[in-house]
Ligand binder design. Structure first.
Ligand SMILES: [Zn+2]
Ligand SMILES: [Zn+2]
Length: 209
């Protein structure tokens, strides 16, 4: 099952250019079986998601991209609509109570430009970032960052034994379906999606070229 775990639409994410109806067409074109709406600090109304899913004939799940004091985190299976910046420890506690899943989004975005080369940050140092202690997974393929930044995320996930997911972080239509997570089993609900991800029954693929 081909899933794009990280998509922003407008107007719910003001930085996105993707209209939800156009997203349905593009998702089919990209051969996706499912997608996750991961707006910034915003949860869709479940009824609207259901209607969109029915209209598009594609499974649509909800996530949420939450800004924490340690960076952006994709959260699944947590229904609270969080506004503003939260402390990662507090979020972790709440999400754990709800049985949800936390994935660090684009953990090294901009680091190559501003940090890794000057500071010669190596994998060991990168692993020491506090945020990795509070999540189950790392986005190891994100189409908005450079290849070395993705590579660093992948290495950190491997070193720390964290799940390594892919998500396009699409803000434009042509970015939909670029970085996909391929599940071994078909899932019908957000709970099943979380179960499969947590169990590591997936692979990731870069469809950029
Ligand atoms: Zn982000
Ligand atoms: Zn994002």
């Amino acid at each position: 099952m081909r899933v794009d775990l990280h998509i922003h639409t407008r107007p719910r994410s003001s930085c996105s250019l993707i209209d939800p109806k156009e997203l349905l067409v593009e998702a089919r074109r990209a051969g996706l079986d499912a997608l996750c709406l991961t707006e910034h600090q915003h949860r869709w109304n479940a009824k609207d998601v259901e209607a969109l899913s029915r209209e598009g004939g594609i499974s649509i799940f909800q996530g949420n991209e939450i800004t924490t004091n340690q960076g952006d985190v994709l959260v699944f299976g947590y229904a609270e609509d969080i506004k503003g910046v939260v402390a990662i420890q507090d979020l972790r506690q709440e999400v754990q109570k709800a049985g949800g899943l936390m994935i660090v989004a684009h953990p090294f975005r901009g680091f190559l430009l501003f940090g890794i080369t000057q500071l010669r940050m190596d994998v060991e140092q990168a692993c020491r970032r506090a945020i990795f202690q509070h999540v189950e997974g790392v986005e190891a393929l994100n189409c908005k960052v450079t290849d070395p930044e993705n590579e660093m995320a992948r290495k950190v996930a491997e070193r720390l034994g964290l799940l390594a997911m892919a998500g396009s972080d699409a803000h434009r239509l042509d970015e939909v379906g670029r970085c996909i997570t391929i599940l071994q089993r078909k899932v019908r609900t957000e709970r099943e999606l979380i179960e499969e991800l947590r169990a590591g029954r997936f692979s990731i693929q870069n469809e950029k070229c």
